[in-house]
Design a protein around this ligand. Structure first.
Ligand SMILES: [Zn+2]
Length: 378
C-alpha cells in the first residue's frame, strides 16, 4: 500500500476526532472584535494542540485575541501551516446558523472560513506523528486572530515565521469544488478627502467651491482606473460629505477598496489615485491609505507546490484544479516575502461570510491526507 493511502486510512479512521474538533471550535464563537470570546476559543485550541504533541506559545495581544504558535517535531527545516480562528460573525450567530450535519454538509459560523481548515491541518500533522510516514521537517502552525480585519497585530509574526520556513501551506477554504488558490489579488484601502469652500447656497453660491461636486468628478475618474489593466478592480464603497442642504459643501470624503493581481498593477493604482487632478482649482484633495496586502502571484515556486499537491491528489484518486481569487488572505504576506505559498488547502464547501456557510463532510479526511502528503514529501 502506498504511503499516501496509509495517510488517508489514518485520516478516515480519525473522522470522529476531526468532526469533534470542528464542532468544538465552531461552538466557541470568536468574532475578531471580541477579545474575550476569541481567547476562549484560543484556550481550547491551545489545549488540543498540546494534546496532539504541540509545543504551544501564546503571542499575547492587548486589543485582539492572542495568536497561537505550535511546533511539532524537530527537523532542521520548517514547514508552516497558516490560518486564523477569528470569524466575521457576531457572538450569538450560532442561534441563526446552528451547528448541524445534514445531507453530507456541516453548517455553522466560521466552519468554512476557516475552523474546518484548522482541524484539517491538525489531523494532517497527527497523521505524520502517529503513523510510520514521517516528515523530515519541523512543522509549525500559526493560528491568528485578526485575519478578518487585515492582520495588523499578526503580520509581523506571520512574516517572521514564513521567512524561517521552506514553504507555507495556508488552510483557508478552497475555491468552489475544492480548487486551490494559486493567485490572490492584493488589497488596498484609500480615503480621499475633498476640501472645498463653504458658502450660502442661495445668497453667494459663486463664492463656494462644492466638495461634493468635486467628489462626484473624482469618483467618475476613480472608476476609470480599472481600464488600465485587466487585474485591477476598484470600488468607491463609502461616501460622506456636506453639512446642510443650503450650504455649499466644505468637505466630502470617500473610502475606496482597490485590488490588483500583480505588483505592477498595485503601483499603477497607487499612482493613479494619488495623481488625481481636481476639476475645480480652488478645491484641495488629500489621499491617505495604501495596499494592506500585496498580491499573491502565481510564481514558478507557487506552481511547483501546486503541481506537487496535484500529484498527491492524483494518487488519492481525485483531480485538484487551481484558480484565482479577488480576496486576500495572510498567504499574500508570506508570498510577498518570497516564501513559496500554497493557499486554499482547507475545507471544501461554500458560503464564506454568508448564511449558508458549510463544509462538505466526506472531503474533510481526504483534504487532511492531501495536506499530510504535502508535509511528508516537500
Ligand atoms: Zn479566512
Amino acid at each position: 500500500m502506498s504511503r499516501i493511502y496509509h495517510l488517508l486510512d489514518f485520516c478516515r479512521a480519525e473522522r470522529h476526532w476531526l468532526l469533534d474538533t470542528i464542532e468544538t471550535l465552531v461552538r466557541l464563537e470568536s468574532p475578531t472584535t471580541d477579545k474575550a470570546a476569541v481567547d476562549r476559543c484560543g484556550a481550547e485550541l491551545s489545549s488540543r494542540l498540546e494534546a496532539i504533541g504541540g509545543r504551544v506559545t501564546r503571542l499575547t495581544r492587548a486589543d485582539r485575541g492572542d495568536h497561537l504558535l505550535a511546533e511539532f517535531g524537530c527537523g532542521p527545516s520548517q514547514l508552516l501551516l497558516l490560518g486564523h480562528f477569528d470569524t466575521v460573525w457576531p457572538a450569538g450567530q450560532l442561534e441563526r446558523m446552528p451547528f448541524v450535519n445534514t445531507e453530507g454538509r456541516l453548517h455553522g459560523p466560521g466552519i468554512f472560513d476557516m475552523k474546518g481548515g484548522i482541524a484539517i491541518g491538525m489531523l494532517a500533522t497527527r497523521a505524520l506523528l502517529e503513523t510510520d510516514v514521517r516528515s523530515s521537517h519541523r512543522i509549525v502552525m500559526l493560528w491568528t486572530t485578526d485575519e478578518e480585519v487585515g492582520s495588523a497585530t499578526s503580520r509581523q509574526a506571520i512574516e517572521e515565521e514564513a521567512r524561517r520556513s521552506e514553504a507555507v501551506l495556508v488552510l483557508e477554504p478552497s475555491l468552489p469544488g475544492g480548487a486551490l488558490k494559486t493567485s490572490r489579488k492584493g488589497c488596498g484601502q484609500y480615503e480621499m478627502v475633498v476640501r472645498g469652500i463653504a458658502a450660502h447656497a442661495g445668497v453667494d453660491p459663486a463664492k463656494g467651491a462644492s466638495a461634493i461636486h468635486e467628489l462626484a468628478h473624482q469618483i467618475c475618474g476613480l472608476h476609470r482606473i480599472p481600464e488600465l489593466a485587466p487585474g485591477i478592480s476598484l470600488n468607491v464603497g463609502l461616501i460622506a460629505g456636506g453639512s446642510r442642504p443650503n450650504v455649499v459643501a466644505e468637505e466630502a470624503r470617500a473610502v475606496i477598496d482597490a485590488r490588483a493581481a500583480t505588483r505592477d498593477e498595485m503601483e499603477l493604482i497607487d499612482g493613479s489615485i494619488r495623481r488625481q487632478q481636481t476639476h475645480d482649482p480652488r478645491v484641495r484633495l488629500e489621499v491617505s491609505g495604501g495596499f494592506e496586502r500585496p498580491p499573491l502571484e502565481r510564481s514558478g515556486e507557487v506552481a511547483r507546490l501546486y503541481n506537487r499537491a496535484r500529484e498527491i491528489a492524483g494518487e488519492l484518486g481525485f483531480d485538484l484544479p487551481e484558480g484565482a481569487t479577488g480576496g486576500g488572505s495572510d498567504g499574500n504576506f508570506t508570498a510577498a516575502v518570497g516564501v513559496p505559498t500554497l493557499d486554499g488547502l482547507g475545507a471544501v464547501g461554500d458560503g464564506a461570510h454568508a448564511l449558508h456557510e458549510h463544509v462538505d463532510v466526506e472531503s474533510l479526511p481526504v483534504r487532511a491526507a492531501l495536506v499530510a502528503g504535502l508535509l511528508a514529501t516537500l
